[in-house]
Design a protein around this ligand. Sequence first.
Ligand SMILES: Nc1ncnc2c1ncn2[C@@H]1O[C@H](COP(=O)(O)OP(=O)(O)OP(=O)(O)O)[C@@H](O)[C@H]1O
Ligand code: NI
Length: 321
Amino acid sequence: MKENIKIESLNIYFKTKAGNVKAVDNVSLELEKGKVIGLIGETGSGKSVLGLSILRLLAGNAVVSGSIIYKDIDILNLNKTNIVGIRGKEIALVPQNPGTALNPIIKVGKQIAEGIILHEKAKRKEAKTKTLAIIKRLMMDSSISKAYPFELSGGMKQRVLAAIGISSDPTWLIADEPTKGLDAIVRNQVYKTFNKIKKRKDTGILLITHDLILAEKLCDKIAVMYAGDILEFGLSKEVLENPKHPYTKGLVNSQPHMNLKPMKGLSPSLINLPKGCKFHPRCGYAMKKCFLEKPLLYKTPSGSKVRCFLFDKTRKYYKDI
Ligand SMILES: Nc1ncnc2c1ncn2[C@@H]1O[C@H](COP(=O)(O)OP(=O)(O)OP(=O)(O)O)[C@@H](O)[C@H]1O
Ligand code: NI
């Protein structure tokens, strides 16, 4: 599918005074058009960096290699003018921090309409009609178009950002932690907004989140990140209800609605990464091999992929954990 986003051997490091920060390590991942793919993992695991790289929005000290193919084009090779034609129009971002992402002195409706005018070269009147249709589609009251951002709650601002995101009918939406800092009721409203977008089936979503309840409700597939690596990838239900990698198990068990059992240890320094499996210093199942060699992504009988030697069936210490 030409409109899939195919990430291949993506490496991203940041040059800093303390050394090179390896934020994304040889990631290959295909995002299927019209599907919702979740990206979960502890803080600092590289989720936002991966999402922003698709939009070429990384900071100036980023060094990127590999490829991100969309419609037969490598996004990483586009010049600044051409990326502007894709960003916002075909691949849109719903940014983190709704508090700062909206312009405080412009009414919300106008902010949604501006995107439509910019990307679709629409006339102001057409843009206004479409803005009201989008507001209605996302189940918000039309009166919000006349409100200034400060008049809206955090959840409402987040939904307005989603409205801006879909205003140009993009093929892809990259949403970075849309429920961060919101209480349960408002989180549910944001979920409903994204579910509406999902139901239209013509927009795929890359959902970056710590909210595993949201991830399970919305995502078709989930990728689990740790220190720049994907450690597990598979159907959402499979990954969250039957996690295979010891790290995914730890993440699931540390959720407030689960045992709330924090995972032991801390993520490694991205400047000085552990040899072998990056998770081995924290892993209760670590074997000698894990200290020396980086595991591949092994396919499990249920179809998910797990970067863990316990799932390398060719070896005799394979067991279901
Ligand atoms: N411009 C930069 N210079 C140096 N390091 C950076 C830069 N941008 C990001 N990083 C580092 O890259 C790593 C990955 O960051 P990223 O924001 O992708 O994490 P994340 O998984 O989104 O975490 P969170 O869940 O907290 O949002 C972090 O260690 C971060 O400090
Ligand atoms: Ni992030």
